[in-house]
Design a protein around this ligand. Structure first.
Ligand SMILES: Nc1ccn([C@@H]2O[C@H](COP(=O)(O)OP(=O)(O)OP(=O)(O)O)[C@@H](O)[C@H]2O)c(=O)n1
Ligand SMILES: C[C@](O)(CO)[C@H](O)COP(=O)(O)O
Length: 241
């Protein structure tokens, strides 16, 4: 197989497919699909898509959705004027499976596949572009922020370890990879039954290095109701500045 580095050196710029994972159950949010909940009048998923749409390094968008949301999401793309080619595909039972099912639908020209959580609506086009550039040079990259709290490992409510904080980062999305590497990594993870919480973990399992770029503390994931309140405050502050 051609090395990642050679493949990217040969191409002027790799074709980049952005997968937006949007097939979750919103169980921790409660009260319906969080991706359609408005923040300052604009649905969470629309905000994420509008940010992705502004990145010139991204060539197409594939949205992994629950079967029952496919039409609604297609309409949402039209309503908010998403200008890049978009396909909405059926997601899976797990995030890992949703991303894999979308990854195998990527355009055959895709040299890079980026994976963005649909529920990270405050991601900026600049942050996305930086991760895509880093992955084009390295084959695997993700944004991360150093953790501020001291993190404990615990079992049944009892602390068993305190990792050195200087080594700990909270990883965000988009996570961007060589397309063949990501598909092989996810296929292997799914076949082995490994339950992973991000795509980097699948690539790490393959013994590959993942390079971190500077994340953004504002690139938060909308998981529980309080996150909507925080996101609304950040957006209002962005609009005022
Ligand atoms: N089977 C799944 C599960 C999750 N996701 C997506 O992956 C992102 C991150 O997942 P998470 O924040 O956990 O969202 P949910 O799975 O919807 O939330 P919960 O775990 O509370 O049910 C979300 O945009 C979600 O829609 C997905 O595409 N397919
Ligand atoms: C991919 C991720 O956003 C990185 O922080 C996170 O792991 C997703 O976790 P979730 O449980 O699917 O929300």
């Amino acid at each position: 197989m051609k090395s990642f580095f050679k493949k990217f050196r040969d191409a002027q710029r790799p074709f980049c497919t952005m997968i937006v994972a949007a097939a979750g159950a919103s169980s921790r949010m409660g009260g319906g699909n969080k991706l359609f909940m408005p923040i300052d009048g604009i649905p969470v998923l629309a905000r994420t898509l509008l940010a992705v749409d502004q990145v010139s390094l991204v060539d197409e968008i594939l949205i992994a959705a629950r079967e029952e949301d496919i039409l609604t999401i297609s309409d949402l793309c039209k309503t908010f004027g998403i200008s890049k080619p978009v396909k909405v595909v059926r997601g899976g039972e797990s995030r890992e499976e949703s991303v894999y099912l979308a990854a195998i639908e990527a355009d055959s020209r895709a040299g890079l596949i980026a994976v963005q959580d649909g529920d990270r609506p405050l991601v900026t086009p600049e942050l996305i572009a930086e991760v895509v550039r880093k992955a084009a040079a390295t084959a695997a990259a993700a944004p991360a922020v150093a953790v501020k709290d001291t993190i404990k490992v615990a079992q049944e409510g009892v602390v068993v370890d305190t990792p050195q904080r200087e080594t700990l980062y909270a990883v965000q999305t988009p996570q961007v990879f060589d397309a063949d590497l990501l598909r092989a990594a996810l296929q292997s993870a799914l076949q082995s039954g490994a339950e992973l919480t991000d795509d980097c973990s699948a690539v790490e399992r393959m013994g590959k290095q993942v390079f971190l770029t500077e994340g953004d503390p504002e690139n938060l994931k909308i998981t529980t109701p309080v996150d909507l309140t925080i996101a609304e405050a950040i957006i209002q502050e962005r609009e005022e500045s």
